[in-house]
Design a protein around this ligand. Structure first.
Ligand code: GBH
Length: 442
């Protein structure tokens, strides 16, 4: 690859990322059930109804997996804690085995010279809380905050940076309006409540953690370019509405304490009563912002449909194995946009990557497409840096092939190939290329 570590400033953090449900094995180690276990079991929700019960069995393979992060010359490892592994019922009784596991995992990172980057919620809502309405229930702010304090009370002294929530758009809109992720609702009222409560939970937890003395607290937003399908005013309006729901809702709430009018137009009638009083709580000062970036999508007006009355139109560019358009310029755009929103705060690319139908041929996986993808996205990040954005880190998604949510095990995002029968790990060409590019001089 063209990229070298030395192209970026001294101290810039290069990492790789995973999440608990996608790799650990959700039925191992005394974890309670989460809403993905039940969602996946319902036919039609997930390819072949696959779930994360076993996944990569990372709870058993973690020493080998952390060795891979270290040997890839990464500085940092972004991981998440499964809420239901720590608190099988979501609150109350602690699963000591689960807590001990994360304790060893963090020590394992430190022993290998890796910075631990923790995400508190990457989509594993405990089933008991999901049955009480999950993100649609206003009590979730308190449940999440209590859980966050528990985890940070045990791990916080060794964590480099902590994110409250991974991708609130997915937690709220994708899961409660589009119905593609657990709990699989298609309900504007539940969606509006989740859109608000996920942010309230973030703000409430952030405030509580800071009061406990924790620092380096942030959130991870996924940003997607919402482009108009044509220059027609109605298509431009459709793209603006999607941009408001996808990107601006979250970015403006956490930085300005307000929601964009284009999204309120459809959501306000469904928001919980008194939502305005929560906005100051939501806009807690942050220590950093994470941006996950994957693609650009085109939107057209869909007259006669209920709000937001838009439909997706395929983009012109080359596509990944998930059919997502490859558009590195979008990463540069969002870093500039995030920089304008958060000013001097550090920004990190907390995920980017691509799915590809990688195959082992003569013992090797030659994923040249992924090498090119990483190269072009690192270059885009470099341009944002040169333009003055306070970008300080870049994390590749993902370390391992893993459970790709509604796509089951079909879509491979790893730098390291996983054989899901034998669970053997095999570094792909992209891993080797990155390890070489990230070699430290001296
Ligand atoms: C990230 O989400 C997640 O953090 C990570 O867990 C996941 O494995 C990774 O990306 C790869 O997917 O409306 O069904 O067409 C990325 C955000 C949101 C991007 C949904 C694609 C379109 C899905 N994704 N979006 S759909």
């Amino acid at each position: 690859m063209r990229f070298r570590r030395g192209d970026f400033p001294e101290g810039f953090v290069f990492g790789t990322a995973t999440s608990a449900y996608q790799i650990e094995g959700s039925r191992l180690g005394g974890a309670g059930p989460c809403h993905w276990d039940t969602f996946a079991a319902t036919p039609g929700n997930v390819v072949r109804a696959e779930d994360g019960a076993r996944a990569c069995e990372h709870v058993h393979h973690w020493p080998e997996d952390l060795d891979l992060v270290r040997d890839g010359n990464f500085d940092a490892y972004r991981f998440s804690v499964n809420w239901a592994r720590v608190l099988p019922e979501g609150r109350g009784t602690v699963n000591a085995e689960g807590m001990d596991y994360y304790d060893r995992l963090v020590d394992g990172m430190l022993a290998r010279g890796l910075q631990p980057w923790l995400t508190l919620y990457h989509w594993d809502m405990p089933s008991d809380l999901a049955m009480r309405g999950g993100w649609a229930n206003p009590d979730v702010a308190g449940w999440f905050s209590d859980y966050a304090r528990l985890v940070m009370g045990r791990l916080g002294d060794r964590i480099t940076a902590t994110a409250t929530i991974n991708e609130p758009w997915c937690v709220a809109w994708l899961s409660h309006f589009l119905g593609i992720h657990a709990p699989g609702l298609r309900d504007i009222r539940a969606a509006a409540h989740a859109m608000h409560h996920v942010l309230l939970a973030h703000g409430t937890a952030l405030q509580a953690l800071r009061a406990d003395g924790h620092r380096d607290l942030g959130i991870v937003l996924n940003m997607e370019v919402c482009a108009p399908a044509s220059e027609a005013p109605e298509d431009r309006a459709a793209a603006a509405t999607q941009d408001a729901i996808f990107n601006r809702w979250f970015l403006e709430a956490i930085t300005q304490g307000s929601y964009p009018a284009e999204a309120l137009a459809g959501l306000e009638p469904h928001l919980p009563r008194g939502w305005q009083q929560d906005m100051a709580q939501i806009a807690q000062p942050l220590d950093w912002l994470g941006v996950n970036y994957y693609t650009r999508r085109f939107h057209a007006a869909a007259p006669g449909q209920p709000w937001p009355a838009t439909r997706e139109v395929p983009g012109p560019g080359p596509k990944t194995g998930s059919g997502w358009e490859i558009y590195p310029e979008g990463l540069e755009q969002f870093l500039l946009r995030a920089g304008a929103a958060v000013g001097k705060l550090p920004i990190h690319v907390t995920e980017t990557g691509m799915a590809w139908p990688d195959q082992v041929v003569q013992g090797q996986v030659n994923d040249a497409e992924r090498i090119a993808f990483m190269d072009s996205h690192l270059a885009a990040a470099g341009r944002a840096l040169k333009a003055g954005v306070n970008l300080q880190g870049f994390f590749c998604w993902s370390l391992l092939d893993n459970y790709e949510w509604a796509e089951g095990y079909d879509k491979r995002f790893g730098l390291v190939h996983v054989d899901f029968d034998t669970l053997s790990r095999r570094p792909k060409a992209s891993y080797v290329a990155l390890a070489d590019a990230l070699t430290r001089s001296s």
